[in-house]
Ligand binder design. Structure first.
Ligand code: ADP
Ligand code: MG
Length: 238
């Protein structure tokens, strides 16, 4: 059974149809990359999966549950955005623990979880700092830590590295890959960076104009692009 299934999802803003019937199924533990040019509907799809945008039609299933009409908090999903949106007045520790606190996880358990996540992301030495005292890369780790602390079924990452410089991006990419291998979680990850897609993905969905053009392993897509767009966009040999 799919961990996450997107079934004929359509989304319009006014007269403009942004998602034109998306079908994707993601296996348990799979690292799925959603790739495509700016404006093709990647974030709209992620927001729909997270429940931040209502779909116009179609369904979203997580495991056996249809979650299409549910509030974000009832979907068992954690999302990391391009902008980190940390709480500036809170310490790193409190930022990471915040989601647990709202769900009334007891203090001792919260602290244990913060330690686990901080160790995983190598930010244990930063727990007492405020976001303003961190570098871009460190803030990005804290944002990831906040998602990891919640242990949801599915992680959604929407261009989480696009605000980082090239060197850090490569470094973080490697770490995300390691995290995935270690935790075995299901991840949907958006990027417009083809190299990132090729190195991270178990499978890739290549989108253009609100339609999935091709869905397959990096190798399938590289070796057998279905059309000129995919070939050009993914840099396949002609
Ligand atoms: P991507 O993440 O692939 O760059 P988006 O999903 O952000 O693309 O946007 C897809 C299209 O939908 C764009 O043309 C964008 O202008 C439009 N769009 C996104 N959100 C809204 C909104 N809230 N209202 C109207 N149009 C929107
Ligand atoms: Mg986007």
């Amino acid at each position: 059974m799919a961990a996450l299934a997107i079934e004929n999802v359509k989304k319009s803003f006014g007269d403009t149809q942004v998602l034109k019937g998306i079908d994707i199924d993601i296996k348990d533990g799979e690292f799925l990359i959603l790739v495509g040019p700016s404006g093709c509907g990647k974030s709209t799809l992620m927001n729909a999966i997270a429940g931040l945008e209502e779909v116009t039609s179609g369904d979203i299933r997580i495991g056996e549950r249809v979650v299409t009409g549910l509030q974000p908090k009832d979907r068992d999903i954690a999302m990391v955005f391009q902008s980190y949106a940390l709480y500036p007045s809170m310490t790193v520790r409190d930022n990471i623990a915040f989601g647990l606190e709202i769900r009334k996880v007891p203090r001792a358990e919260r602290e244990q979880e913060v330690q686990r996540v901080a160790e995983l992301l190598q930010i244990s030495h930063l727990l007492d700092r405020k976001p303003s005292q961190l570098s871009g890369g460190q803030r990005q780790r804290v944002a990831m830590g906040r998602a990891l602390a919640r242990r949801p079924k599915i992680y959604l990452f929407d261009e989480p590295l696009s605000n980082l410089d090239a060197k850090l991006r490569v470094e973080m990419r490697t770490e995300i890959k390691k995290l995935h291998q270690r935790l075995g979680t299901t991840i949907v990850y958006v990027t417009h960076d083809q190299i990132e897609a090729m190195t991270l993905a178990d499978r890739i969905a290549v989108m253009k104009d609100g339609i999935v053009q091709q869905f397959g392993t990096p190798r399938e897509i590289y070796e057998n692009p279905v059309n000129m767009f995919v070939a050009g966009f993914m840099g396949s040999p002609a």
